[in-house]
Structure formats: C-alpha cells, structure tokens
Design a protein around this ligand. Structure first.
Ligand code: NAD
Length: 451
C-alpha cells in the first residue's frame, strides 16, 4: 500500500494499492490490445478524442488543482496552472495527429516515402515534483502518435494521475489505452523497464535512477527518453538591470519550494555588482510568503516529504552563512528560503542538486569566468543570462552547455518549445514541434515503378 500524506500537515490523505509485476503484465496485455485499434483509427478520430479529453480536464481544473495541493503541497496558483497545462498539452498534441507527416524523397526508378509508425506501448515513469505536467508531457504526444501509455506516478503523488485516467475514460478514450499503475520504483517501475511488451520508456527523475534504467534498457535496445536533474546557473553580468535581476532571482529557485529540475540555484554575479545584488536580494528573500498552500497569498509551500526535508537540511550546515527567509513551525515539511554566500565553488551545496529552497551566490570576474563557473557541474538543463549587451547574451547562450536558456528572464518550459538536458541532465527532447516524432519509428519504403 502507498500512503499519501499532505506535506503541509503530515495528515494521511489516502492509501493506494501498489501495483505488482503481475499487474504490470496484465496492463501491458490490455494496452497492447487497445493500441492496435487506436493506431488503426482515422487520424481525425484520434484527434477528436484527445480534444475531448482536454475538454474534460478543463472542466476539472479546480478539482485536479486541489488534489495536487493536497498530495504535493503546491501553491494553489501553481496547481491550477499545472492542471491547465495538462489540458493544453492534450490540445497541442491533438493538433499534431493529422500533421504527423512522413517525407517523399527523390529516387530513380520509383517512389521513396517515409512513414512514421507508432512504437506500441510506452511506459512513463514520473516524479513527484510536477506530477501532472510531467506525466502529460509524455502521455499526450505518445497517445497522439498512436501509442498506448502506461503511467507510473511517484509513490508520494499517485492521486492526480489516477484521476486523469478516470477522466480519459469519461472522455471516451478506449479502455486500456491509458492506464495508471501506482507503485514503487523498484517493483512497478522496474517491471515497466524490463517488460518486453513495452517499446519505450520516458523517465523523469533523479540522475542516479535514470542511469540504472538506461543500463537496463540496453538489454532490449529499448527506446528511452531521460529527463534528469539540474543545477542551473543564473548569470548576472554587471551591465544588467540589477534591480530586475535581483527581483526575479528568488522565485527562480523558490518556485515549487525549489523542487524544480530547472531551479536557478547557482546565482553567479559579476564581482563589481556583487554587493549591490546581495543588498537587493536580502529583503526579497526575507519577504517571501511561506505557508498554507491553499492561501492565495502564499508564494512557497512545504517540501514533499520528511525524507526530502532531511536531504535539504543535510546541505545547509551550521558553518554556512547567508540569507534566511521565514517558514512555519510545527507539522508539515517546512524549510525557509535560503541563500548561501561565501561557499567554495566546489562545495556540495554549490554543485549538487539540493532540490529544495536553497541557492548559492558566487562572484565571477569576467565573461570567461562566468562561463567556466556556469559549466562547472555535471548537469546541463537550464540557465539564465542577465545582461543588456546583446552580443554578450548571444555569446553566453552559445557557451553555456544546457538545453534550455533564457535571457533576462527565467522561463524554461513552454509546451510548444523543445525541452531537455545536455550532459547528465538527460537524453532526448520532449515538448515542442517534434514532440510526437519522439514516439514513432521512421520506416522507409521504396516502391519500384519498373516492375
Ligand atoms: P526518483 O529518481 O527517485 O524517482 C522518479 C520516479 O522513478 C518515481 O516514479 C520512482 O518511483 C521511479 N523509480 C525509482 N526507482 C526506480 C527503478 N529502480 N526503476 C524504475 N523506476 C524507478 O526521483 P524523484 O526523487 O521522484 O524526483 C526528483 C528528481 O527528478 C530530481 O533529481 C529532479 O531533478 C528530477 N526531475 C527532472 C526533470 C526534468 O525534466 N529533467 C523534471 C522533474 C524532476
């Protein structure tokens, strides 16, 4: 049984049966049968059903959002955005069904065409930090491209996923096409990875688990997309609008209590602007409203679990100095917004993913030094560059080895632009114009005109 706790109160919200390997087996059989009919259906019919699914999600945004607040501790505003994001992803993917075009390539003596075929059954293994959007990032395009989906949500956050599966049936999606298998990683997750009836795994989670899944997928040359950790830089050059950069820096690492793979937790500031930046950052951090996620004024909620709280605490040792915000006392997994200063460049808190409301500020000397520092982790997911110099913005954008950069902004994720990591932040891309293609095989067919 999985126990779902409300992270803001530690109250037990639900117990959910955990899927076994036999459950995964049975689900794969149902999905395989459903996928045949789905792939054979007219594209316009698949698109219409996905749009209907989007419409049903839209009718339940508030309910889904409140469920997310209860099981994940997200602020209500964020949770509403997340439920709406599922709707938008389904709509966007539905628009791709009739545009999943192959190519016609010039050849002598015939006609050469490529056909984009669905893979079959796709296994999606999701983390707890953005349970709804991350599940939908893979599920929506995979379904649109003609696949069936088996989704395993994280142990701590199965409720929104289970509700989405009910809504899919309500919208008229065929039985078995989209199934949710709550369960543990080593049992249900591993069963998806090892099952020969699953053609592709989309895994979002820690780099450690992602590496082990990649090794297991190699046995069957199973297709794989990995969205892993991050330790993203927020580079502030002295020529930037320092007020704007300091005002934006807190929520760039505190959103979702820092449990965001794109969190800008390494704030790199040009030495000549360092003191001014900290002077502006200090009150901004101290004023962040941390508390009841259902209160509309709240900017930051709790961490997901006791284990995550312990992990975050282990990085913020007594000897470290910096800026500390406020957090509630008492039940709930609370940790205050924290910015550490004066730490060595290679300190664990400066290079490892904390996955909590903790950032470091490090000074740099010039552009080359900024790029060196920005790239000085094993990750490469996101990053921000603050400068008024267009040439510098472009040079830095080219030089930072990460998949998602923003200039004078911290935005990373739009469903219609590609998302994914360099280096140990991942493999493959999700979202964007090619989202559906990632769930297809390209078949090349030559038809002779000489016979
Ligand atoms: P995690 O790796 O512990 O778990 C992620 C999922 O994998 C869960 O569903 C879990 O049950 C499952 N799992 C665990 N062990 C497994 C195994 N042996 N076989 C199959 N499945 C297994 O990660 P987490 O703690 O849930 O999530 C936090 C991590 O996710 C962070 O490191 C964060 O950066 C990363 N993340 C990355 C992105 C991205 O897009 N790059 C997005 C969100 C989170």
């Amino acid at each position: 049984m999985l126990q779902v706790l409300n992270p803001a109160t530690e109250e037990l919200v639900a117990t959910v049966p955990a899927a076994t390997a036999a459950d995964v087996d049975a689900a794969v059989a149902r999905a395989t049968a459903a996928q045949r009919g789905w792939a054979a259906a007219a594209p316009a019919d698949r698109a219409r059903l996905l749009r209907r699914f989007a419409a049903v999600v839209d009718e339940h945004v508030e309910e889904l959002a409140r469920l997310e607040v209860t099981e994940a501790g997200h602020t209500l505003g964020n949770a509403r955005w997340e439920a709406g994001n599922v709707r938008d992803l389904l709509d966007f993917a539905a628009g791709g069904v009739e545009r999943l075009n192959g190519r016609q390539i010039p050849v002598a003596g015939g006609l050469d065409v490529t056909i984009l075929e669905p893979l079959g059954v796709v296994g999606v293994i999701a983390p707890w930090n953005f349970p709804m959007p991350i599940a939908a990032w893979a599920t929506a395009p995979a379904l649109a491209a003609g696949n069936a989906v088996l989704l395993k949500p994280a142990e701590t956050t199965p409720l929104t996923a289970l509700r989405l599966a009910e809504l899919a049936l309500e919208a008229g999606l065929p039985e078995g096409l989209f199934q949710v298998l709550p369960g543990t990683g080593p049992v249900a997750g591993n069963a998806l990875v090892e099952h020969p009836g699953i053609a592709k795994i989309v895994f979002t989670g820690s780099t450690r688990v992602g590496k082990s899944i990649m090794a297991k997928c190699a046995d069957q040359v199973k297709r794989l997309t990995l969205e892993l950790g991050g330790k993203s830089p927020n580079i502030v050059f002295a020529d930037a609008d320092i007020e704007a950069a300091a005002a934006a820096a807190p929520m760039a690492f505190l959103d979702n209590s820092g449990q965001d793979c794109c969190a800008r937790t390494r704030i790199l500031v040009e030495r000549s602007a360092y003191d001014r930046f900290l002077e502006l950052l200090t009150p901004a951090i101290e004023e962040i409203v941390v508390g009841d996620p259902l209160d509309e004024r709240t900017q930051m909620g709790p961490l997901i679990s006791r284990a995550q709280l312990d992990r975050v605490r282990s990085y913020v040792t007594e000897d470290l100095q910096g800026i500390r915000g406020k957090a509630p006392e008492g039940p709930g997994f609370w940790f205050p917004p924290t910015v550490l200063t004066g730490v060595p460049e290679d300190a664990p808190c400066a290079v490892e993913e904390v996955f909590g409301p903790v950032a470091v500020v490090l000074p740099f000397d010039d552009e080359a030094d900024a790029i060196r520092l920005a790239n000085a982790t094993e990750y490469g997911l996101s990053g921000s560059i603050w400068t008024r110099d267009v040439g510098r913005a472009l040079r830095a954008s080219r030089a930072v080895r990460a998949g998602n950069l923003s200039v004078n902004s911290h935005s990373s994720v739009r469903y219609w632009t590609p998302f994914g990591g360099y280096r140990q932040s991942g493999l493959g891309r999700e979202l964007g114009p090619d989202a559906l293609t990632a769930f297809t095989e390209t078949k090349n067919v030559f038809i002779s005109t000489e016979a």
